[in-house]
Design a protein around this ligand. Structure first.
Ligand SMILES: Nc1nc(=O)c2c([nH]1)NC[C@@H]1CN(c3ccc(C(=O)N[C@@H](CCC(=O)O)C(=O)O)cc3)C=[N+]21
Length: 297
């Protein structure tokens, strides 16, 4: 049996379409477009490409994009001063500071400086706390995109066994909370987990977010399980290749013959992250104008 391939790219395109339509309606009511500010510190080439892609998607969704590119030797004080300037700017609804930050910049301190009402990444401790206690707030884009794909495929997740591999603040922990909120039975596995393959074999839902290329193997997967691959790893170039292939944390070639459904890399979770970022920015814009939140997103 071969798994259904979950087309995150198509799902994300449809979400971006709906967000763009809502953004146009918002602009008529508010007299301005929703605005997203992206701050990039340093010259990491992968980050530059990624920030450029976000800017394009933002404009295509009828939103304003504000890009701030700062040199790698920017001081903590200057970076926080920029964040405070963006907090005070009424044209800016969402603020994203691209991570990781270079050098000794203190990520937690920079994130703490973001107005929680503009925290469209959902990385502020206030957003994390709200998610934990079940209050409304911004949810990190990648796990929110993953739960959308899961609910689209499986409907009700009640009682399903979900195993999240990885415990980062950005993906693993909020992912587990979202699955718990959806009434799944949740296990968070990590580098110290004993007999990881055996734990994963019990899962109806596997979310792999460890950042290790092709770590999850076919014989770890319960037949028919739904596999969400959050990893984006660039392999070393093979003979004759200029750039190495992009692979996930799951060995796709093998796992696709066992799983019931699986997200590919690229074209799975990655595009969802950007679409959800735009969705969160749209929600922030409505809150800033005192408008009812948009429906059906
Ligand atoms: N504050 C912050 N928020 C982030 O959300 C954030 C961040 N920092 N730092 C970097 C990571 C990385 N990230 C990606 C999003 C989309 C794709 C994506 O769309 N990938 C495509 C293809 C990418 C390619 O071809 O290189 C895909 O998977 O199909 C990738 C990576 C968001 N991040």
């Amino acid at each position: 049996m071969s798994a259904q391939i979950i087309d995150g790219k198509a799902f994300a395109a449809s979400l971006r379409e709906r967000v763009g339509a809502h953004a146009a309606t918002f602009a008529e009511k508010a007299g301005r477009k929703p605005g997203l500010a992206v701050v990039l510190v340093g010259e990491d080439p992968a980050s530059q490409v990624y920030v450029g892609a976000k800017g394009k998607a933002t404009l295509a969704a009828n939103m304003e994009s504000f890009e701030h590119r700062l040199p790698a030797d920017t001081s903590q004080d200057d970076l926080i001063a920029l964040v405070e300037q963006l907090n005070a700017d009424p044209a800016v609804d969402g603020i994203l500071v691209q991570l990781p930050l270079p050098g000794d910049l203190d990520e937690q301190a920079v994130i703490a400086a973001i107005d929680p009402g503009k925290d469209v990444d959902g990385f502020h401790v206030e957003s994390a706390g709200r998610l934990m206690v079940g209050r409304e707030g911004f949810v990190p884009c990648t796990p929110l995109g993953c739960i959308m794909l899961l609910q689209d495929r499986l409907g009700d997740l009640s009682g399903l066994n979900a195993v999240v591999i990885g415990r980062s603040n950005i993906v693993g922990k909020p992912m587990a909370q979202l699955l718990l909120d959806a009434n799944a039975t949740v296990t968070i596995a990590h580098s110290r987990t004993k007999d990881l393959p055996e734990v994963v074999r019990r899962a109806d839902i596997v979310v792999a977010a460890v950042g290790r290329a092709e770590m999850v193997k076919a014989d770890w997967i319960k037949p028919g399980a739904t596999v969400i691959d959050v990893g984006i790893n660039r392999l070393a170039p093979a003979e004759g290749e200029k750039r190495g292939r992009l692979v996930g944390d799951v060995e796709f070639a093998g796992v696709k013959d066992v799983a019931g459904a699986i997200t590919p890399v690229p074209g799975g979770v990655g595009p969802m992250t950007i679409a959800v970022l735009l969705r969160n920015t749209l929600v922030a814009a409505h809150a800033h104008e005192g408008l009812e939140p948009p429906e059906g997103l």
